[in-house]
Design a protein around this ligand. Structure first.
Ligand SMILES: [Zn+2]
Length: 786
């Protein structure tokens, strides 16, 4: 049975890595055949069967997993926003379905659509809406006006503009579209505040909405008692699973010490709280003979643990990761309750089956792998080291072993997903896990039930002590390296399992050998004379990484999204880390506009930068001036714009809005035979000046189109003078400026078009020929752009 479940899981995994969803005519008959084979085997024929029948059975199980996941995906994707209704105003009414997440200029929430009032429009049943606040919505102390404050469970009527799910698609980037698919959010959009916003009902009765309302109340209660406390965000996250109030600096501390998992309610965390409740009930139960006669202490403990886990999962919003943990714990609880010794691996696999049946999309989530991985390691170490040891010393030793095992066991996964792990994480976790699980979280939960302010103040003080320690630990180094390929990660998992074998197994340290490729993996880079260029998909803005054999240059750092996030931290830094770029030999920031310079601080904080060139007077470094040039590993770099005289002109004409665009640093990258022109946001006047100044240098094979394809740039003379065959547009999906403009696209009729909004990140290899490819085509997934 264990192999059968594993085969089923492989089938699910195979489906989730498909570029296209299989058609019903394929899935239907496949499911019939698979069910027949499985049924025939389960009927008992298998007992006398040979390996061929056995293999057939397992294949059929895999086929069932494939069909199941395929059917679920088809059903979910069928509920979609038609392309012709994207970004058009639609009036609809429905219910606020989640805890609103506040951000600096508004809030964001999930919304169950009940009625569409605009004739002819079709809208998916579950969408995510953002409400950007204008000054009218806010009172003098900055709070949103009560009449316009959104609470879960309220029925509202809005006019919205929706888009199909879309996220940035980059190498080693976060797949936002998969995240939306797993949560069944089939469109995202904004509310038009001026057009008839109306609260229709104060509360729509349903258990789900009531639960969300309770969570909102509890969150408000935390906010009122400790409005200015620095770590309040962490306490709110621990109690109701809303992490938005945690500042970026604190996330950084958690990441660097490897305790991030503690702040998100999932896996280990719910398990610990359940275990605490079980232990407490078991301890008290054993004091009473009457109770013992009524129900054995073990059963009472299991029941208590499960109830607490269920309640906690509800409080955390019953989101996918907590549901997953709850199913896992339910299987464990059932096994313990029935008193049947089903064994650790069997329990875990049954839990896996339940999770995959309820949510076959969970294999797309990093959290799924990390939580199953961590629990498997605990089971593996726990069962293989069962000894008759008792007493606090032995308990402490076991605690240490478990910590150590989870840390070692998670290394391959952390390298695969995040390309880093914290060297102080065993120590930080050994201290933080019991402290947070047994002290901070229970206190926060007690406060949620009994709102007595001193409780929360004490809790905050305790947490502050832990944070001091973590901040101190976060100064220690973090192991960072390039993303290992999948095979190296699998090999490392095998090695880690070997290392964790029980004491007494010969030569356990040999297990370290298969881990080495993942730890020291070096991805191939360009040979001398070639330049490899990635135009990253940062939305509306630009960020381009140019790599030569020994050097790396960053041209623009991408847009600023909000005070909590920018493209530097979201896209550029993860990309640099995963490709193994430890330092930037040069950073060129074309001009001051936030869609090009928004990510500077994050990049500066992450990697040392040897040389900075820009047209921003306030940015330390050199000014870029036409005529500057250098050569790296057989690749030449030339600055074509602006001229030094332009800098004086800019100061004189300030503060004209377009002057920053006109100052854009234009950079030409030439390999032996092929070249690329990076143009920032220059306009027709600068294009003309560049052609006159350097008619031969402007000629290029690949062109990053000026100003995202805006109308005032890309004059016909410029297009003619550059003569590029590969035309790259960096623009946001359905952006408000309608970049690239249709008339500009038409002007480039001679070349092949590449667009980051449609194709994701664009890879350009300048070698003997220029070879261009798009991330979304090379790594097509069935949910892309659906
Ligand atoms: Zn721009």
């Amino acid at each position: 049975m264990r192999l059968a479940i594993l085969s089923f899981a492989c089938g699910v995994l195979l489906l989730q890595s498909q570029a296209e969803l299989p058609e019903p005519w394929f899935l239907g008959p496949l499911s019939l055949v698979a069910m027949a084979v499985v049924g025939w085997n389960l009927a008992g024929v298998r007992a006398r069967a040979g390996w061929r029948v056995q293999a057939g059975f397992l294949l059929a199980c895999a086929a069932l997993g494939f069909v199941w996941a395929g059917a679920m995906a088809r059903w979910r994707l069928a509920d979609q926003l038609p392309q012709e209704w994207e970004t058009r105003p639609i009036e609809l009414s429905g219910v606020v379905a989640s805890l609103p997440q506040r951000f600096e200029r508004g809030e964001r929430f999930e919304f169950d659509v009940e009625n569409v009032h605009t004739a002819g429009a079709t809208v998916p049943s579950h969408v995510m809406l953002s409400w950007y606040r204008s000054w009218d919505d806010v009172d003098d102390i900055g709070d949103v006006d009560e009449a316009r404050n959104v609470r879960p469970g309220e029925r509202w009527r809005f006019t919205v503009k929706l888009k199909r799910p879309h996220g940035n698609a980059n190498p080693h980037g976060f797949d936002y579209e998969a995240w939306l698919l797993e949560r069944n959010i089939r469109a995202t959009g904004t509310i038009s505040p001026k057009a008839g916003v109306k609260r229709v009902d104060e509360f729509v009765a349903s258990p789900g909405y009531a639960l969300q309302r309770v969570r909102a109340r509890i969150r408000d209660r935390f906010m009122t008692v400790l409005p200015e406390a620095p770590y309040l965000g962490v306490l709110v996250a621990l109690a109701v699973g809303d992490q938005r109030a945690i500042p970026r600096g604190q996330w950084e501390v958690f990441n660097r010490t490897g305790v991030t998992h503690l702040v998100s309610i999932s896996g280990l965390h719910v398990t610990m709280i359940a275990a605490l409740a079980a232990a407490l009930v078991s301890f008290l139960w054993r004091r009473s003979e009457r109770l013992m006669l009524f129900l054995p202490a073990q059963k009472a403990a299991v029941l208590a643990g499960w109830v607490v886990a269920f309640a906690y999962a509800l409080l955390a919003g019953f989101e996918i990761p907590t549901q997953r943990t709850l199913y896992m714990l339910s299987v464990v609880a059932l096994a313990l309750w029935s008193g049947r010794n089903v064994g650790a691996s069997r329990t875990l696999l049954w839990a896996l089956l339940v999770v995959l049946l309820v949510d076959p999309f969970s294999v797309l989530a990093t959290g799924f792998w990390l939580s199953f991985g961590a629990v498997s390691v605990l089971f593996f170490v726990g069962t293989s080291r069962v000894g008759a040891v008792r007493g606090w010393r032995a308990t402490l030793a076991r605690w240490g072993v478990a910590q150590w095992a989870v840390t070692i066991g998670s290394v391959p996964l952390l390298l695969l997903f995040f390309q880093q792990f914290s060297l102080v994480s065993p120590l930080a976790n050994a201290l933080a896990i019991p402290f947070v699980s047994f002290l901070v979280t229970p206190l926060a939960l007690i406060f949620a039930a009994v709102p007595w302010p001193p409780l929360l103040q004490l809790d905050h003080w305790l947490l502050a002590q832990l944070m001091k320690l973590l901040e101190w630990l976060s100064a220690y180094p973090v192991w960072q390296q390039q993303a290992p390929p999948l095979w190296a990660s699998l090999l490392a998992v095998f090695g880690v399992v070997w290392v964790l074998l029980p004491r007494g197994f010969p030569s356990r340290c040999i297990g370290m050998i298969p881990v080495l490729p993942a730890l020291f993996w070096v991805t191939p880079g360009p040979p001398a004379g070639e330049a490899w260029i990635d135009v990253l998909d940062v939305g509306q803005g630009s960020a381009v990484v140019v790599r030569t054999a020994e050097h790396t240059l960053l041209y623009d750092a991408g847009p600023f999204y909000s005070s909590q996030s920018d493209a530097g931290q979201r896209v550029v830094v993860p990309y640099l880390r995963a490709t193994g770029v430890g330092e930037l030999d040069a950073m060129v920031i074309s001009h001051r506009d936030k869609d090009h310079s928004g990510g500077i601080a994050a990049v500066q904080a992450a990697v040392p930068i040897m040389r900075t060139l820009s047209s921003l007077p306030e940015l330390p470094g050199e000014r870029c001036v036409a005529g500057q040039s250098w050569e790296w590993d057989g690749v030449r770099f030339d600055v074509l714009h602006p001229e030094s005289a332009d800098y004086g002109a800019e100061e004189a004409t300030k503060p004209a809005r377009t002057t920053t665009n006109r100052m854009s640093c234009v950079l030409k990258v030439s390999a032996e035979r092929q070249s690329l022109l990076l143009t920032g946001d220059i306009e027709a006047r600068e294009e003309k000046a560049i052609i006159e100044r350097s008619p031969s240098l402007v000629r290029s094979d690949v062109l990053l189109v000026p100003h995202h394809g805006a109308r005032a740039s890309s004059s016909p003379e410029f297009i003619e003078a550059v003569g590029a065959r590969e035309i790259v547009f960096s623009a946001g999906y359905r952006n408000a400026f309608n970049h690239p403009r249709p008339e500009v696209l038409a002007r480039y009729s001679a070349g092949r078009h590449w667009r980051t909004d449609r194709d994701g990140a664009i890879r350009i290899v300048l070698a003997g020929t220029s070879d261009v490819s798009a991330w979304r085509t090379e790594h097509q997934r069935y949910w892309y752009s659906r």
